[in-house]
Ligand binder design. Structure first.
Ligand code: SAH
Length: 235
């Protein structure tokens, strides 16, 4: 074989080979995130861990944040909003006990990452975002990554999604002083809702609301968190 043949074949292969190497690198980074941060912090549900291993978080963050995509930290996504910390995404996913076919509402689409993690577990996802541009970007991104089953709407999550209610689970990824009544109404019997409640700078807690078969609700404060606020008024 001549040198010319070699360099030609190397040139032809450069694209796909590089892409494969990158993919391998991202996969290892996700594996480390799971092993070094998620499992040690108490994420034990195998369905949730599999979803965290599968969803390419680096595709949900701005290009200039990509190197930190698999750090266990929130990252800016523009418009003063953030993609949540992976451990928190995993914790909220595990809390709603995702099972294939379940109907889940997310309030606060942001990048679409939490919606993709939920979808990866086999649930059906409806997600609402108050910034039109974020909703549109997330819809395109989710479609391109094969999460076309996630339905994204530009709207105000305070109202939930009455046309698609009731939901087996509701995940709210922005905080407020109280849980919007519409969301409690749209939770199905035996449903679970998780939301940050309280002042993010003083005492914001992740709260789990469980509705029993008769429609009675009980809530439990789980742990301190810091989420961006649930906003009022479409943007
Ligand atoms: N779940 C997102 C991160 C959430 S950050 C992710 O995985 O990337 C919180 C998001 O909630 C922001 O995108 C913010 O614009 C949105 N938000 C704030 N108030 C809202 C409201 N009333 N209804 C719907 N979305 C809202």
């Amino acid at each position: 074989m001549t040198a010319g043949t070699l360099s030609l074949s190397a040139a032809l292969r450069a694209g796909p080979v590089q892409a494969q190497t990158d993919e391998h690198r991202w996969r290892s980074a996700r594996e480390r995130l799971v092993a070094d941060h998620l499992i040690p912090q108490g994420i034990s549900d195998s369905v949730t861990l599999a979803a965290m291993r599968a969803v390419p978080r680096h595709r949900f963050v701005p290009a200039d944040q990509r190197a930190r995509a698999y750090d266990d930290t929130p990252l800016p996504i523009g418009h003063d909003q953030t993609i949540s910390q992976p451990a928190v995404v995993a914790y909220m996913t595990q809390l709603v006990r995702p099972r294939p076919g379940m109907r889940v509402l997310e309030v606060g689409t942001g990048s679409g990452y939490q919606a993709a993690v939920l979808a990866e577990t086999g649930v059906r996802v409806w997600t609402v975002e108050i910034f039109r541009v974020l909703a549109e970007e997330a819809r395109v991104r989710l479609g391109a990554l094969g999460y076309g089953g996630v339905t994204v709407r530009h709207g105000d999550g305070y109202a939930g999604w009455p046309e698609e209610a009731p939901f087996d689970a509701i995940v709210v990824t922005a905080g407020a002083d109280t849980i919007p009544p519409a969301l409690i109404e749209q939770l199905a019997p035996e449903g679970r809702l998780v939301m940050p409640v309280g002042d993010p700078f003083l005492d914001q807690q992740l709260v789990l609301v469980e509705k029993d078969g008769g429609g009675k609700v009980a809530s439990t404060r789980l742990l301190p968190v810091r989420f961006v606020p649930l906003l009022r008024g479409l943007r």
